[in-house]
Design a protein around this ligand. Structure first.
Ligand SMILES: Cc1ncc(COP(=O)(O)O)c(C=O)c1O
Length: 363
């Protein structure tokens, strides 16, 4: 068990948040910053909340170096809504867009884009179990494509891009749901970035969308109001009631990241945490890491046991030792440890010593 009777939580999302943030939020529930309004009871039209959303936006801009001429939105509907909304706003009627299919989430994004135009999976690793991401020479972007879409970190399979994918000079669109603010993503090299907050940034129910001038100028007439980026840009993400609670928590998580070394600090910790687990996974044939070494994720470490019948025992014993959220996604099976920003190194050390002990008893 960790502090306050909390388990070591390796869940893939909604995921563990820093304990000091959770405690700060708890204190704010009855009275937000001395305003007399509880955190969940304050109007989004009040100055109190305007200060919160302004603060969250400016922290995010600073932390991940969002260029001044980019728009930042806090929407609802999850990354899953963005699969469709991004294509709806960015693709011309009957236009073309190219997708790197490195997992189930990018596959879903491709399906949604095909509702708008001719979206093509120009690279698809489903045949070999989504163990890798492409190198630049492995695919080519079609001449007529209006953008290239990819998923920077594949939450289910535990693979991650460690380079900026070549887009043939086309705008890049990235689903960064599971590594935003936890890995190196050069915002200025992208035209649209979207991410659900519930892994690295805060609670579920807030979706961050970042648009370049190119993306925010892709105007189409007659779009459904709530699916038109212009609606939300023109109203500062408050066309309708935003997720006030979620945006407040997001601001507090970002303040915590700032206090702990900023983006560089987060990347350093995520690299260290994942390194501890990969070292164990590489140390014997007892373990079968899923991802190819050059494409391994710092955020989600996925593996099987050589003797798959031991996996259930592993999960049960881990549970008995105060560790949760380790069951792999049903499409991969096995074990997955998610190590987002809020996951402390102490949890990873506890898991590492459990794994060493487990191997000595069952190996
Ligand atoms: C990479 C990625 N994209 C999209 C999603 C879907 O996000 P949401 O549930 O916010 O729609 C997830 C959720 O785990 C994800 O990991």
């Amino acid at each position: 068990m960790g502090p306050s009777g909390r388990i070591h939580n390796f869940g893939a999302g909604p995921a563990v948040l820093p304990l000091e943030v959770v405690e700060e939020v708890a204190e704010t529930l009855p009275n937000l910053g001395g305003s007399g309004f509880g955190l969940m009871e304050v109007s989004h039209r009040s100055q109190t909340f305007q200060d919160v959303i302004d603060s969250a936006m400016s922290r995010l801009r600073g932390l991940i170096a969002i260029p001044d001429d980019y728009e930042v939105l806090f929407l609802q509907g999850g990354a899953s809504t963005q699969f469709y909304m991004s294509a709806l706003n960015l693709m011309s009627e009957g236009g073309m867009a190219d997708y790197l299919v490195t997992g189930i989430w990018s596959k879903k994004a491709l399906v949604e884009a095909n509702r708008i135009g001719d979206a093509s999976g120009v690279w698809d690793d489903s045949g070999s179990g989504f163990r890798s991401v492409p190198s630049d020479g492995d695919y080519s972007v079609r001449d007529g494509a209006e953008y290239l879409h990819y998923t920077s970190n594949n939450t289910l399979f535990g693979t991650q891009f460690h380079h900026l994918p070549e887009s043939g000079g086309k705008p890049r669109v990235v689903d960064a749901s599971s590594d935003i603010c936890g890995a190196n993503i050069d915002v200025s090299e992208h035209d649209l970035i979207y991410a659900g907050a519930q892994k690295n940034l805060g609670p579920s129910g807030v979706t961050v969308v970042i648009l370049s001038p190119w993306a925010s100028s892709r105007r189409k007439e007659g779009l459904p109001t709530m699916l038109d980026y212009q609606t939300h840009i023109s109203k500062g993400s408050m066309f309708n009631t935003p997720n006030t609670f979620g945006i407040f928590v997001l601001d507090r998580v970002l303040a915590w990241v700032e206090r702990n070394g900023g983006l560089e600090g987060a990347i350093g910790r995520n690299s260290e945490k994942s390194g501890v687990l990969y070292d164990i996974l590489d140390s014997s044939d007892f373990w079968r890491p899923h991802a190819d070494p050059g494409c391994r994720s710092m955020m989600n470490v996925t593996w099987r046991l050589a003797d798959e019948s031991l996996e259930q025992v592993f999960l049960e014993e881990a549970g008995d030792s105060g560790m949760g959220g380790l069951k792999g996604h049903r499409s991969v099976g096995g074990i997955r440890a998610s190590l987002y920003n809020g996951c402390p190194i102490e949890s990873v050390e506890a898991l590492a010593s459990f794994m060493t002990d487990f191997e000595s008893r069952h190996g």
